[in-house]
Design a protein around this ligand. Structure first.
Ligand code: AMP
Length: 409
């Protein structure tokens, strides 16, 4: 390996920790060199790493009687990564952090004060935030001098108009933080940055980006800035997802509490793990499986998803008062021609026309020449976005312009 500097990008969840390593190139670019994950934390831990060509570099599983708590696993991973980097120097660690609240509008270098700020935001993201904090603290304990940068999934939405941020609840609740923060911000930011590179005119217009994956949300982006988004206070709002329902009438929760005696834990399980594609189809949370199934419930689920995505594209366009392009990204958005075709067909009244061949072959532009609205596929890369932020926070030059114009003075 060369003598380049490297960045470690970490996405820490409850039972897994995904990582990617980028090397800084002389040109100012960043090259993804390897990635991997620690999985099964708390049950049967394993460590896997692959190079950029997806060749397996490491694969290890711990048996139940071996010491394998989170810090031990992290130490193993960091040692492996450092050794693999050889003479390349690990410059910093960039973390994906789900909740930045009103406090964090931009990525920040982690300090004790920042960690305290992240702790205060735990109630906003109880399923994610504690794991981000645990990973940051564990890495700090192992390598106290290694700079760490927190990159927020909510930051891209931080400056949405007040109306897009506010629930019509008593003001005191809004003031204490019950408001719409959105998610997938690092993905939207990356897509906006790529759009500016490949279609600068469109990037100046009104763009709806559809991040459709296991979790899905849409974002209204005007001239590179987030104007509205479908996820809100938590990752439950918006369109139906793998195991989450998207928007439901809150009256349903009252019904379930009163009539079925359900408590918070049961409701959490229902809303995070038992609904969405899985709940409706009774078959799978995976769009691939549903598209291949001939069970009518699978077809119904696909239709429910496409209906809601098309509906929210309309809502996002209305939020920003225009529509100049639609972009699909993430697992389903990038890889599923039937879903894109079906969503496109529901928008024909808007002048959207999907070119079947381009759609099948996953061309960068899948709309036909006569489509009033261009429809594109831009593969997302949240890790690269975090690596770019991390490099910039460290004062390193990074190629290309930021998707978001510099904050107003
Ligand atoms: P993500 O969360 O972005 O990794 O997306 C994961 C989801 O993408 C999976 O749950 C699948 O439902 C979906 N997916 C991946 N590949 C395909 C494909 N070829 N066709 C349809 N859906 C796909």
């Amino acid at each position: 390996m060369s003598h380049n500097d490297a960045y470690l990008i970490v996405n820490a969840g409850s039972s897994s920790l995904k990582f990617s390593v980028f090397q800084a190139l002389e040109t100012g670019g960043l090259e993804a060199v390897f990635n991997g994950q620690i999985a099964g934390i708390g049950t049967q831990p394993s460590f896997q790493a692959k190079d950029a060509q997806r060749h397996v570099l490491a694969d290890r599983t711990w048996s139940a009687n071996e010491a394998s708590d989170r810090p031990t696993l992290l130490r193993f991973a960091l040692d492996w990564i450092t050794e693999r980097l050889g003479s390349a120097r690990l410059l910093a660690v960039g973390h994906r952090v789900v909740a930045g609240g009103r406090e964090f509008a931009h990525p920040v270098l982690v300090t004790e004060a920042v960690l305290e700020g992240l702790e205060r935001l735990v109630p906003l993201s109880p399923l994610h935030q504690p794991h981000h904090i645990a990973a940051i603290r564990a890495i700090r304990d192992l390598h106290p001098a290694l700079p760490q940068v927190a990159c927020f999934d909510s930051a891209f939405h931080h400056d949405m108009p007040l109306a897009a941020q506010t629930y019509a609840l008593p003001r005191a609740l809004t003031d204490e933080g019950v408001r719409r923060y959105g998610a997938h911000g690092l993905s939207f930011e990356y897509v906006a940055y790529r759009l500016r590179q490949i279609e600068p005119d469109l990037a100046d217009g009104h763009v709806v980006v559809c991040h459709l994956g296991n979790g899905s949300s849409l974002c209204a982006i005007h001239a590179g800035r987030g104007v509205d988004t479908t996820m809100g206070f938590t990752v439950l709002e918006g369109v139906p997802m793998g195991t989450r329902p998207g928007i439901v009438d809150p009256g349903i929760l009252l019904y379930l509490m009163r009539e079925k005696g359900m408590g918070a834990d049961e409701l959490e399980k229902l809303l995070y793990h038992q609904s969405g594609f899985l709940g409706v189809s009774g078959i799978s949370n995976d769009m691939r499986v549903l598209l291949e199934s001939d069970d009518p419930r699978a077809a119904e689920t696909v239709e429910l998803f496409c209906f809601n995505v098309a509906k929210q594209i309309g809502a996002m366009a209305a939020s920003m008062g225009g529509l100049d392009a639609i972009v699909f990204t993430a697992g389903i958005g990038e890889n599923s021609p039937p879903v894109r075709a079906r969503v496109g067909a529901k928008l024909e009244w808007l002048g959207v026309k999907i070119d079947q061949n381009a759609n099948q072959s996953k061309a960068p532009r899948i709309s036909s020449a006569s489509s009033r609205i261009p429809v594109l596929i831009i593969p997302t890369d949240e890790e690269r976005m975090i690596a770019r932020h991390t490099a910039r926070i460290l004062g390193r030059a990074v190629d290309g312009a930021s998707a978001t114009p510099a904050p107003k003075a």
